[in-house]
Ligand binder design. Structure first.
Ligand code: GLC
Length: 557
């Protein structure tokens, strides 16, 4: 495939124009500068120069209800107004070339991108497969570049795989489970392409990917939003696919929490890292997938029942997460002073968290202004670690209130060295060390402190940070992170992750030419150039859901 042919192509300009906004939208658009200034707390001088761009791009509050077409903006689009002209960095072209090299074809059609195109690596493992989660940034890059076909092919192909009977040893998995990854096998003799898929039966640790189904639903909405093509999501097989995924999560049982109970290693962090229970990474994706499904499901016989369940669950999940997972200075102080052994409905310390279990590091880490959703909450256990993906998705899905979203960004700024350092962005903070590392990871040599999932820095997370920055009106934070990444990524050969407290070293076992590092960078660049792309991957607060009673002061700062 001739990669250079398409590099940096500006397809037909199709950003949303003023004519697509109704009067209500327009008045909100005019309100934007006020909001923007109010929300701005830092990087102020430089950010103010963004104002013309923010104004012309309109209020993101509108994108939820609007079709936000793909296709990169043309040269004369608002992104190039007001002295903000977009000057493509030389590595953008290289990134596109590398992304196209990773394309995987099935019977002549592109159906995905392989995880890494690293010929130098001795061990291929499963990095030559198309991972569902890894394909998401690739898909967004293609949608933003006006190339939706590959995304459609991928959605349909993985949907077919969902239909397979899935067994691990003698145990059958739920019908709705989506694969973690699949591989296309080319038989040159019979000239036949076949597919093998992994639902967890080959994966290290034998864990099924809970995130795959959620990403599938989120991507289907992104495709619909970007192309305006409703026909794909409306197909009976897609409707069924959505229902099957959600039925795995919406069944009633022994649960006393609306959060989803998970095994360790069932998401991007796919090895033992003490993320079992109710990990934020999954709860945020679950919330986003439920909201995306709600706008795509038809109100027909089967759809209606599913919709009702979704609405109830969203209501409870929203309350639970905002109340019990949220941590800021005030809340930390409250927990620190918790009484234990409280019984009955009047208990303040509902989960009987013992204050002595609060780790020392959190007292220094928590800024006066700022907050985040902690890693996990279950009986007598709070995992205070900060996880990047969960917090960014909480912003994008509006699981976080606008105030919480601002607080998450405040924390990222306040703890820039710890979370961004020299390479964006820490997957989790802090690392687990010594004895704790032995017990928790099972002595995993790949997850040693400040490496890989254990406090490593993952360039792919740049797109999530950028989206969250744009949504909260703080693009300057993203710009700083992108600038940092640009000094290293190409030179280092697009590593999968970096190691060290500041993320200075190419990861011990990191693959090179890791596709989602490449695609994540491109998506971040394209979103910053044309923030209207945000609509594909962001949902505004559901106005019907009642606001929650305040728990602490930094919520409304
Ligand atoms: C590693 C990562 C996982 C990713 C896969 C392919 O297993 O932990 O998140 O999907 O590699 O890149």
């Amino acid at each position: 495939m001739d990669g250079t042919k398409h590099i940096g192509i500006r397809n037909v300009s199709s950003v949303c124009s003023l004519t697509e906004l109704d009067d209500h939208d327009l008045s909100r658009l005019l309100e934007r500068p006020r909001l923007y200034i109010e929300r701005q707390r830092s990087f102020d001088e430089r950010s103010l120069s963004e104002l013309p761009m923010i104004l012309t791009r309109g209020s993101y509050d509108n994108y939820d209800s609007m079709h936000s077409p793909g296709g990169r903006s043309g040269i004369d689009t608002p992104a190039s107004w007001g002295g903000n002209s977009f000057d493509p960095h030389p590595i953008v072209a290289e990134a596109w070339e590398a992304l196209r090299r990773s394309l995987v074809y099935f019977r002549g059609q592109p159906v995905g991108t392989i995880a890494a195109y690293d010929h130098a690596s001795e061990e291929v493992l499963n990095y030559d497969q198309v991972f569902v989660r890894d394909f998401v940034p690739s898909a967004l890059a293609f949608l933003m570049n006006g190339e939706p076909e590959i995304v459609k092919n991928f959605l349909l192909k993985t949907l077919q795989l969902q239909g397979w009977e899935k067994k691990i040893d003698r145990f059958k998995l739920g019908e709705g489970v989506m694969p973690a990854s699949f591989k296309v096998l080319h038989d040159p003799v019979r000239k036949l392409d076949t597919i093998v898929a992994d639902f967890g039966e080959s994966a290290i640790g034998r864990v099924a990917p809970v995130d795959s189904g959620f990403w599938w639903i989120i991507l289907l909405r992104a495709y619909t939003k970007s192309t305006g093509d409703l026909s794909l999501a409306e197909r009976p097989e897609c409707q069924k696919g959505i229902r099957l995924i959600l039925m795995l999560c919406l069944a009633e049982g022994f649960d006393t929490f609306p959060t989803l109970l998970c095994a360790d290693g069932c998401s991007m962090i796919d090895r033992r890292m003490d993320v079992y229970g109710y990990p934020i990474e999954i709860q945020a994706l679950f919330y986003m997938a439920l909201r995306c499904a709600l706008v795509m499901l038809k109100h027909d016989g089967e759809g209606k029942d599913c919709i009702e369940r979704i609405e109830k669950r969203l209501h409870a999940l929203n309350y639970h997460m905002r109340s019990y997972f949220w941590l800021d200075f005030q809340q930390l102080n409250d927990i620190y002073r918790y009484k234990t052994e409280e019984y009955s409905h009047t208990a303040v310390n509902k989960f009987n968290v013992i204050p002595d279990s609060i780790p020392d590091w959190i007292f220094d880490f928590m800024p006066m202004r700022g907050g985040y959703f902690i890693g996990n909450v279950s009986p007598a256990r709070m995992d205070f670690r900060w996880f990047c993906l969960g917090n960014c998705i909480a912003i994008l899905s509006s699981l976080a209130t606008p105030e919480q979203s601002m607080a998450i960004m405040d924390l990222i700024e306040a703890r820039w060295d710890e979370l961004v350092g020299e390479m964006p962005l820490k997957i989790a903070y802090p690392a687990i060390e010594s004895h704790e590392w032995r017990i928790i990871t099972g002595c995993d040599p790949k997850n040693t402190r400040w490496s890989y999932h254990n406090g490593g820095s993952w360039p792919v997370l740049l797109w999530l940070l950028t989206a969250a920055c744009i949504k909260t009106g703080r693009p300057q934070i993203a710009r700083q992170a992108i600038d940092l990444a640009e000094t290293r990524l190409l030179k280092d050969g697009w590593p999968e992750y970096y190691d060290g407290k500041l993320g200075r070293f190419i990861g011990k076992q990191a693959r090179k030419y890791q596709t989602w590092s490449i695609a994540g960078y491109l998506v971040a660049k394209m979103m910053l150039e044309d923030p209207s792309h945000l609509g594909m991957i962001s949902l505004e607060e559901d106005k019907q859901r009642k606001p929650l009673i305040k728990r602490s002061s930094s919520w409304n700062c």
